[in-house]
Design a protein around this ligand. Structure first.
Ligand code: ADP
Ligand code: 5SP
Length: 472
């Protein structure tokens, strides 16, 4: 049996799967936690990768490996390849003012013109998550670190490079999927916009990774012979792992809440709600991301002093709409809508709704309403929805599975719990190994369908209050 490995270096953890290259059958897996926080030393990702790989029984017998990872994080390297400072992650909002500034600049002071110019140039409108805004923050707040930055890359690029046998700055590689989240690479043209990188860095122009083709062999694993694939951003990897096709909308509830869809053409949304990313096969991946997802449920469970199973039972025991109690879950600021300084808010609390069950229900409904808004935004860009697939850590919650169809107004398909980002990376590794024109057809997991009567009243009530939050 020929084996391949897929890695998901995600926000909260590193996950490694080892699969049969021919069939996709899972052979072994491992996982190790990442440090908390929005500013992380990249070495921690490598350490977690090594621990996860050990837990997966080692990788000496794999023939190819690829890395999927959290998008957008700013990893700055000096001329010797050393990390200049801790990486700023996608959910670090300190660069929100830089994002607003970059929009105004490109529009010569006119915000609407700036939004249009960014959407035309790179298919997205800057928010604090995107790498270019973090580089502007660096240039202004830490100019000495900006001066030392000889190359800039993303978490998955960096880990691929660290694992590779050949490690000078010239060998840094990325792929379309992750490059499209930098705000200085265009998914429509397939080209870097180094002028925008230079603008972000106030005249500095560090090296950037080469953008490899979807199934290109980009190197070999240090200390072995396994081939390395280019890897990709986690959402593009999940789409590959699920074999998502046009008509599929993938909703992922991990640290981020994500709505994404594979499309043959590029999207450029001037409102900035939908980001025009690329996928990992040569297609596109219009995507809406929120910053508050699975951890909102973690916080509710901690607040109520219960585990996830009990949180789910509580939510399912409360009435639909939680008797008017609404939780708007902007606990860490928010990216969609773009309210980086927002806080969470609670509306309609009464004696009747002051119960753990109501709180649990309102938390899950609030989280799902934000994602339903995301589905609507993707549809407004012309995406057709034939199937909605629900994945990510919080998709394991029975309450999430059962309430999602009502709030989304569509049936929802839930694959078995799994690591679909790591699986997508493994499928890419098998594709690289095969040298074929398309990714190998692996058996897809059975999907459990959930359906429910539309809960329009829940969305209407949420829409009434979601704008009433601090930190606007
Ligand atoms: N049964 C469950 N119900 C709700 N949340 C869960 C459940 N199991 C795991 N989670 C949450 O899912 C999150 C991890 O999901 P994951 O998709 O692996 O995140 P990431 O890829 O961002 O690291 C954690 O916050 C975890 O607490
Ligand atoms: O910022 C985005 C997408 O634009 C996030 O989806 C990150 O890529 C983090 O992913 P998770 O760790 O939540 O899976």
């Amino acid at each position: 049996m020929t084996l391949v490995a897929g890695v998901d270096t995600s926000t909260q953890a590193c996950k490694v799967v080892v699969r049969d290259a021919a069939t996709g059958e899972l052979v072994r897996s491992g996982r190790a936690a990442h440090p908390a926080g929005t500013e992380v030393a990249p070495q921690a990702w490598e350490d977690a990768f090594r621990a996860a790989a050990d837990q997966a029984g080692g990788l000496d017998d794999v023939a190819a490996l690829a890395v999927g990872g959290q998008q957008h994080g700013m990893v700055c390297l000096d001329a010797d390849g050393e990390v200049v400072r801790d990486a700023l992650l996608w959910n670090d909002v300190r660069s929100a003012p830089a994002a607003a500034e970059l929009i105004r600049e490109l529009g010569d002071g006119d915000e609407a013109a700036g939004r249009r110019a960014w959407a035309d140039a790179v298919g997205l409108v800057p928010v604090a998550s995107f790498t270019a805004t973090k580089l502007r923050w660096l240039a202004d707040a830490e100019p000495a670190n900006a001066d030392r930055t000889a190359a800039v890359c993303l978490p998955h690029d960096w880990l691929t490079w660290r694992l590779s046998a050949d490690r000078d700055l010239g060998t840094l590689v990325t792929d379309r999927g992750d490059a499209s989240g930098t705000a200085y690479w265009s998914a429509r043209t397939g080209e870097y916009r180094l002028d925008l990188l230079e603008r972000a860095m106030r005249g500095r122009r560090p090296a950037v990774p080469r953008v490899a083709g979807p199934a290109e062999r980009v190197g070999t694993l240090a200390g072995g012979t396994a081939l390395l694939g280019p890897g990709t951003g986690d959402n593009a990897a999940a789409a590959l792992g699920l074999a998502a096709r046009p008509g599929d909308v993938v909703v992922s509830i991990g640290t981020s809440g994500v709505v994404s869809a594979v499309t043959p053409t590029a999207v450029a949304d001037v409102t900035g709600t939908v980001a025009g990313f690329a996928d990992a096969t040569g297609n596109h991946l219009p995507l809406v991301a929120t910053m508050n997802a699975a951890r909102v449920l973690d916080a509710a469970a901690a607040l109520l002093g219960v585990d996830h199973a009990t949180l789910s039972d509580l939510a399912l025991s409360a009435p639909s709409g939680a008797d008017g109690l609404v939780l708007v879950p902007y606990l860490e600021g928010e990216r969609t809508p773009n309210l980086p300084n927002a806080t969470g808010s609670v509306h309609g609390l009464t004696l009747r709704s002051s119960t753990p069950a109501h709180w649990a229900r309102a938390t899950i409904e609030g989280l799902l309403c934000g994602l339903a808004d995301g589905i609507e935004a993707v549809v407004a860009q012309g995406v057709t929805v034939e199937r909605v697939l629900l994945v990510g850590g919080a998709a394991r919650s029975p309450a999430v599975q059962q309430l999602a169809p009502g709030i989304f107004g569509r049936p929802v398909l839930v694959p078995p719990p799994g690591e679909y980002v790591a699986d997508g990376a493994a499928r890419q590794a098998a594709w690289v190994l095969s040298g074929a024109g398309t990714a190998p057809e692996w058996a897809q997991p059975g999907l459990q369908e959930f359906d429910a009567a539309p809960a329009a009243h829940v969305r209407e009530r949420y829409a009434e209050v979601r704008g009433r939050t601090d930190g606007q």
